[in-house]
Design a protein around this ligand. Structure first.
Ligand code: PA5
Ligand code: NI
Length: 200
């Protein structure tokens, strides 16, 4: 269904189908695909990322389907976020992660499929890790950078919902990374300090 927007606001109710098997949103307006070749520096072990590319070719790490809800105060934006299973070295596939451009805005992720965790980290390095699995919602308060991480063996599908005016600040994480990583240690997801923190 077409969104009815007047003067930059949604003016007519709508509903949308959400495919819980593959995460596709019906009638999406935007589809973002993030491939490993563009995410080399997102992973702490860049050498392992290059090796993965040499061995397997390029790989879709995650994708997002969105409706073009106006990015203004009062609207609510939502999307479908799908992160595929896999690892670069011992680090699980994950999203780039970001702060919100309006840092005090919060977000709610409702998990539909898969097994994962949400790493939430403040600028001072304090972090919280919450589990993501079907039927569980994670509340990300303002001022926390957030990244979803697939620790399972099927797609991790969630529905993030956030204020229209939140915006995405990717630059801070691109510059210094997260202070913490979630890696596989003997088959168990484990939080470690990022040896590359501040040197991304
Ligand atoms: O707004 C959000 O937090 C999500 O919709 C994310 O944008 C989505 O999960 C993709 O992650 P990222 O924006 O970090 O690439
Ligand atoms: Ni967000």
């Amino acid at each position: 269904m077409e969104l009815r927007v007047e003067n930059g606001r949604i003016v007519y109710p709508f509903s949308v189908g959400f495919n819980s098997a593959n995460g596709e949103l019906d009638d999406f307006d935007t589809h973002i695909e993030r491939y490993l070749s563009k995410l080399i520096n997102v992973f702490a072990d860049a050498d392992a990322a290059w090796q993965y590319l040499r061995d397997n070719g390029d790989k879709l790490i995650y994708e997002v389907y969105e409706k073009n809800i106006p990015e203004v105060d009062g609207e609510i934006r939502f999307c479908s976020s799908i992160t595929y299973p896999g690892k670069i070295g011992d680090e699980y596939f994950m999203t780039k992660g970001h702060f919100h451009s309006r840092p005090d805005t919060a977000e709610l992720y409702y998990c539909i499929r898969g097994k994962g965790c949400m790493l939430m980290e403040k600028k001072d390095g304090r972090y919280v890790l919450e589990q993501m699995y079907p039927g569980r919602a994670v509340y990300v308060p303002g001022h926390y950078a957030h990244r979803s991480i697939n620790i399972g063996d099927e797609p991790l599908i969630s529905l993030p919902v956030y204020p229209g005016n939140a915006g995405h600040d990717y630059g801070t994480i691109e510059d210094s990374g997260f202070k913490h990583l979630v890696v596989d240690r003997n088959g168990k997801p484990t939080v470690i300090e990022n040896p590359e923190y501040g040197r991304m």
